[in-house]
Write a protein that binds this ligand. Structure first.
Ligand SMILES: *[C@@H]1O[C@H](CO)[C@@H](O)[C@H](O)[C@H]1NC(C)=O
Ligand SMILES: *[C@@H]1O[C@H](CO)[C@@H](O)[C@H](O)[C@H]1NC(C)=O
Ligand SMILES: *[C@@H]1O[C@H](CO)[C@@H](O)[C@H](O)[C@H]1NC(C)=O
Ligand SMILES: *[C@@H]1O[C@H](CO)[C@@H](O)[C@H](O)[C@H]1NC(C)=O
Length: 270
């Protein structure tokens, strides 16, 4: 009887050690864990290399980045597209679209006329939106600018805050966003589904730049078509989730410890 208790005790200790070992391993290895949330964060921070490499090896019909690089003076726009992985998005889009794509590509001088550090002051979400704002989900040959119906939808979405107007006066094709006025200064590329036009200003969408006056009012009445502002709030729950995920093994561990100890106590006193 005594021996049986002892061997039971040893098994319990072994069991306990096993638990400690298993549960002490990295949270990702524990089977109870939901898939780790960290990879979601990866694309915005470590972007340009992998996606552009994929594009380079893919047999896609057109590659926006290659076209812009060949043109030579869109280095900063290219960099921004790669940093936001919008380059891959665009090439994918081009591969499946029926309506084609039009891009207003700001030249390097357009970017260099911005305040120093301006782009760095934008968060990843705004950078992505800024790129998308320069892309229209339709092919517009230059002959059609006269008849385009305003406001024009961009890849940044619909609604007055992410659309722009295109008008023609004389030989000018003018673009206005409500914040930026500029004109098309040349055609970089065109086929029957992709048009890239050069512009000399970075187009500012109202959506990013209008609601942020210097005074950070807590409730500046942003009800008008501002559902996107929910995005930062959507992201924040993932952080607490991460933490709770990391804590789960500890809790399990404590439960196992409790169980093992009570079993040992029971065994000793049986
Ligand atoms: C384009 O789409 C086809 C299928 O629709 C796919 O097989 C091909 O890999 C795609 N190419 C690119 C460059 O994405
Ligand atoms: C269009 O742009 C040109 C040059 O940028 C400017 O002179 C003209 O006034 C603009 N037209 C309108 C209607 O804004
Ligand atoms: C764009 O055009 C629409 C329709 O003509 C007009 O209501 C809107 O005020 C214009 N927006 C800008 C920024 O010019
Ligand atoms: C853009 O042009 C419109 C009319 O063409 C003018 O009313 C507006 O003030 C201009 N905006 C900027 C920021 O230059």
């Amino acid at each position: 009887m005594r021996q049986q208790s002892l061997s039971l005790l040893f098994s319990l200790i072994l069991f306990f050690l096993h638990c400690t070992k298993t549960l002490g391993q990295s949270p990702a290895a524990a089977p109870v864990m939901p898939p780790p949330a960290t990879p979601v964060k990866a694309p915005p921070t470590a972007p340009s290399q992998a996606p552009s490499a994929q594009v380079a090896t893919s047999p896609g019909p057109v590659d926006v980045i290659k076209i812009l690089q060949k043109a030579g003076h869109f280095t900063l726009f290219v960099r921004l597209m790669q940093a936001t992985t919008e380059d891959t998005e665009l090439n994918k889009e081009l591969n499946k679209t029926n309506n084609g794509i039009t891009i207003f590509a700001p030249s390097d001088s357009a970017f260099s006329s911005l305040k120093a550090g301006f782009l760095n002051s934008l968060n990843d979400e705004d950078k992505t939106e800024l790129v998308k704002f320069h892309v229209l989900p339709a092919f517009i040959p230059s002959s059609q600018f006269q008849t385009v119906s305003n406001p024009v939808r961009t890849q940044a979405g619909t609604g007055p805050r992410v659309t722009l107007n295109v008008t023609t006066t004389g030989n000018f094709v003018n673009i206005t966003t409500g914040l930026t006025n500029t004109s098309i200064s040349g055609t970089v590329y065109t086929d029957n589904q992709l048009a890239i036009y050069q512009i000399e200003k970075v187009l500012f969408p109202l959506d990013i730049f209008a609601p942020k006056p210097p005074a950070p009012a807590p409730a500046p009445a942003p009800e008008l078509g501002k559902p996107r502002k929910a995005a930062p709030d959507v992201e924040s729950p993932t952080a607490p989730k991460d933490i709770s995920g990391a804590l789960t093994p500890l809790i399990l561990h404590n439960n196992a410890l409790l169980l093992a100890v009570s079993c040992m106590v029971a065994a000793i006193f049986s």
